[in-house]
Design a protein around this ligand. Sequence first.
Ligand code: PEP
Ligand code: MN
Length: 441
Amino acid sequence: MIAGLDYWRELPIKQQPEWSDPEAVAAASAEIAGLPPLVFAGEIDILRDRLARAARGESFLLQGGDCAETFAGATAEQIRNRVKTILQMAVVLTYGASMPIVKMGRMAGQFAKPRSSDFETRGDVTLPAYRGDIVNGYDFTPESRQADPKRLVQGYHTAASTLNLIRAFTQGGFADLRQVHSWNKGFAQNPANQRYEGLAKEIDRAVRFMEAAGADFDELKRVEFYTSHEGLLMDYERPMTRIDSRNGTPVNTSAHFLWVGERTRDLDGAHIDYFSRIRNPIGIKLGPTTDVATMERLIDKLDPEREPGRLTFITRMGAGRIRDALPPLLEAIRKMEATPLWVTDPMHGNGITTPTGYKTRRFDDVVDEVRGFFEAHRAAGTHPGGIHVELTGDDVTECLGGSEMIDEATLATKYESLCDPRLNHMQSLELAFLVAEELSA
Ligand code: PEP
Ligand code: MN
């Protein structure tokens, strides 16, 4: 047992479910602790190096996926569409910015959600809030909303099968750059797709030229693809923590990268303590009210050795606030001996609810926050190192705008998210083209 690894249990903790049967939770956690790791500590170390490069401005992180993965949504088709969308966005970014792109899914474990209220009321019925499939069901019945420890184990197995397919897709030929056209197949024809086709043709020519010239390198055939999720539910994260036999350090083997959300990153709380003790690269969400002192204390606590690649700040300030809220943090960081990776999450500061009750975001606000992020970094001389988005490969109607000009009435036609609204396939590609322009500006 590593000293301190369980110290979080003594500290205030937020956003955990009310399990009704503590013994069943302990049994589920013990079962998970005996199952194989999902990722290997060596991969985690490689990712750290990749992120260190991004922090230095030599590459760029693309992190995307559902707000909340569901067990029912872990189908071959939906996983493939998300992987394809991320691969397509990565191609647009690589080509546009001539920069290596680190590809990462909010996938294979993004099952637990923080909620603004512990309860949800519909009419005169009040039930526990939905906390993600790894905790309870979405159906609005007392049975379904009851936190069920069996879901912890189901979460592990669903993550395992998702990750298995991701590995097959990214290592087994599907992600071969010579397939760049085929990733576009099966998606509805639209302007972003056409623009992508044009780019794919150019890439094809370049690849064929290199082949003709005798080049044949592995980088064309396989892609590194990393997994990530919010490290929220401690009854899952703690049993997935293992001791690396190579060097005796604790690593969380549920994903390569974990982040701590805006609601649980209290400096003296359980989550920050636990995350300070594991070796994975970690992200911290920073909202618009983050002050310099808080940022400094987070760095001291989570990255005392100042190792590039260890700490990522994911800013989610809102389009209207990023231009005021981010610059002071960037100014302060320049005076500190720290090189966190800076990533923009242009989703979570831009939520609105329509009069008809849909949680949504305007594509224009998402774009505006991305632009504000690049502007702030250019002004400060720091590196805009990545983008974190909620997206799906499916043609949903959850965010307003984009070139399909999804309006409020259209939201109802294909709104599938159980949580926050995601960019659909076309909006994701559009955003990638825009970020590529910013990166090459
Ligand atoms: C999320 O990433 O889905 C999330 C809840 O983000 P935040 O912690 O930034 O609100
Ligand atoms: Mn979300």
